[in-house]
Design a protein around this ligand. Sequence first.
Ligand SMILES: Cc1cc2nc3c(=O)[nH]c(=O)nc-3n(C[C@H](O)[C@H](O)[C@H](O)COP(=O)(O)OP(=O)(O)OC[C@H]3O[C@@H](n4cnc5c(N)ncnc54)[C@H](O)[C@@H]3O)c2cc1C
Length: 307
Amino acid sequence: MEPHWDVLIAGGGPAGYSAALYCARAGLRTLVLEQLSAGGQIALTTQVDNYPGFPEGIDGFELGQRMRQGAERFGARTQLAEVTALELNRPLKTVHTSAGVFQGRAVIVATGANPRRLGLPKEQALTGRGVSYCAACDGMFYRGKTVAVVGGGSTAAADALLLSRLCKKVILIHRRDTLRAASIEHQALLEAPNVEFRWNTTVIQFLGSDRLLGLRLRDLLSGAEAELPCDGVFLCIGRVPATALLQGQLELDSAGYLIADETTRTSIPGVFAAGDVRTKALRQAVTAAADGAVAAHYAEEYLRGAQ
Ligand SMILES: Cc1cc2nc3c(=O)[nH]c(=O)nc-3n(C[C@H](O)[C@H](O)[C@H](O)COP(=O)(O)OP(=O)(O)OC[C@H]3O[C@@H](n4cnc5c(N)ncnc54)[C@H](O)[C@@H]3O)c2cc1C
């Protein structure tokens, strides 16, 4: 693969391929560096119902492949490789990967953020089969059913509230005795007739083999264990942004997200952050794709100025 590019894009999820599509259509020589396969996290789900343009929904893997094809139709290229180091401070930026070294005049970081996992056996196998990490993504699949939400932060509270409007019953499981969530959500949850709380409680096992049938819980004060039958569980225990390689180079917030506003500009000129990896309110495929377009716009503007 040619080593010199106008724009290097780290990450081939919705943000990366949207950026690639816009860059390529702007006539920029664009290379996407992706360590696994196109689509990023959206490729992990079999049914995406909230990406516009697909009235019947679409398989997430297929959506990722289509995003890649769309960008490559206009000349963007993909190198399947892990990005291992970035040197961003000079005008010509250098990206080291498992497939060699590439240089670009601008870099778009679109490496995403992975949901934090409980790390219990069967968690991966049951993901999409009762185990979920996102109420906005999967809540509708549990309409009229009983679900558990694990976590005590503002995402857990917001997801539990959203689910309380869709589901028959929501059981919020938290290892402490109070929520860290903002009081407005806390109060709304306390008032919701179909929300129950299990304080000082942790999940120790997922029940079911092909599909989640329930949870085994442990009371952290008494040590007592009990089974909780449920149709789904939403694990809202945080995300881990893929920014380890950028520490010390770009400004990160306390949770490790790249600090960038709606322009996607980072603390280094010519370096942009798009999608789940950046500080933002809603982490979804459609907002990631929107970021990619914005990043391409500002990368193009930056490169025009740099000429
Ligand atoms: C199970 C699940 C279901 C979901 N369902 C929905 C849904 O129904 N609707 C919805 O809108 N959203 C859904 N989401 C959220 C959605 O997938 C994300 O918001 C979206 O994918 C973010 O896009 P992104 O491009 O910013 O990051 P990602 O999709 O995370 O893509 C980042 C890419 O960067 C790559 N990468 C990371 N580090 C490196 C490196 N060092 N070198 C090379 N490549 C690297 C990764 O392999 C990945 O492909 C779901 C998420 C999950 C986990």
